[in-house]
Design a protein around this ligand. Sequence first.
Ligand code: HEC
Ligand code: HEC
Ligand code: HEC
Length: 181
Amino acid sequence: MSGFCRKICCWAVSRLPAFIVGIGVAILAFFAINAAMKPVSKSSYCGANCHEMKPAYQAWELSAHGVNRHGVRIDCVDCHLPPKERYFANLFAKARAGAKDMYKHYFGGAYDGEKIRKRVRDRFSNDICLHCHEDLLVCPSSFAAQSAHSGLINRPDAPENRCVHCHEGVGHERKSKLFSE
Ligand code: HEC
Ligand code: HEC
Ligand code: HEC
C-alpha cells in the first residue's frame, strides 16, 4: 500500500467510531421524531384543541370520512397533508401548518371559517383524494359515478372536474342541522 493510501485508510479507521455514533444518533432522531409526531397527528389533537378547529372537527365526525359503514376513520392529516409515504414532504408540511396555525391562533385576529373554508377548497388537489380512490376511474361502484367521472379522464385539470367541485362536503358534513345557525 502506498503511503498516501495508508494515510487515507488510517484516517477512515480513526473516524469509524464517530461515524457509527453519528449513524446511531440519526436513527434515534428518526424514531424520536416519529414518536413525537404520533400524538400530534391524531384527529382528536388536530380538531379538538382550539376553538377555531371545533366546527371543522364536528363536521368531520358527521362526514363520510369520519363515519362510514366500514368503520374506517380517515384522519385530518390524510386529507390536509401530503401522504405519509412522502416522508419529508409530510414532515415539513406538518411543521409548517402547525407553526402557521399556532401563529394565527395567537396573533391572527378573528377566525373567518367561511373564508378559510373556500380557500382550502379552492386549493384542494385531486392527488390527495386519488391517493386512496385511484380505483374509481377503473371500477366505479355505480353508473352515476361512472358517468360523472368520465369527464375526469378526458380533462382532469378542468375546474369542474376537481373532486371537491362535486364532493365539497366529503371531509366535513356541514349541511347538518347542527351547523344551520
Ligand atoms: C376527506 C378529506 C378531509 C378530511 C378527512 C378532513 N378534511 Fe378538513 N377539509 C377538507 C376539504 C375538502 C375542505 C374544504 C371544503 C369544505 O370545508 O367544505 C376542508 C376544510 C377544512 C378547514 C377550513 C374550514 C373550517 O371549517 O375552518 C379546516 C380548519 C379543516 N378542514 C380541518 C380539518 C380537521 C381538524 C380534520 C380532522 C378532524 C379534517 N379537516 C379532516 C377535507 C378533509
Ligand atoms: C386516506 C384515504 C382517503 C382519502 C385521502 C380520501 N378518501 Fe374518500 N373514502 C375513503 C374511505 C375508506 C371511504 C369509505 C369507503 C366506503 O364507504 O365505501 C371513503 C368514502 C368516500 C366517498 C363515498 C362517500 C359516501 O357518501 O358514501 C366519496 C364520494 C369520497 N370518499 C370522496 C373523496 C374525496 C373527494 C376525497 C378528497 C377530498 C377523498 N375521498 C379523500 C378513503 C379516503
Ligand atoms: C362532475 C362531478 C364529479 C366529479 C368532478 C367527481 N365526482 Fe365522484 N361522484 C360523482 C357522482 C355524481 C357520484 C355518484 C353519486 C355518489 O355516490 O355521490 C360520485 C361517486 C364517487 C365515489 C363513490 C362511488 C365509487 O365509485 O366509489 C367516490 C369515492 C368518488 N366519487 C370520488 C371522487 C374523486 C376522488 C374525484 C376526483 C378525482 C371525484 N369523485 C370527482 C360526481 C363527481
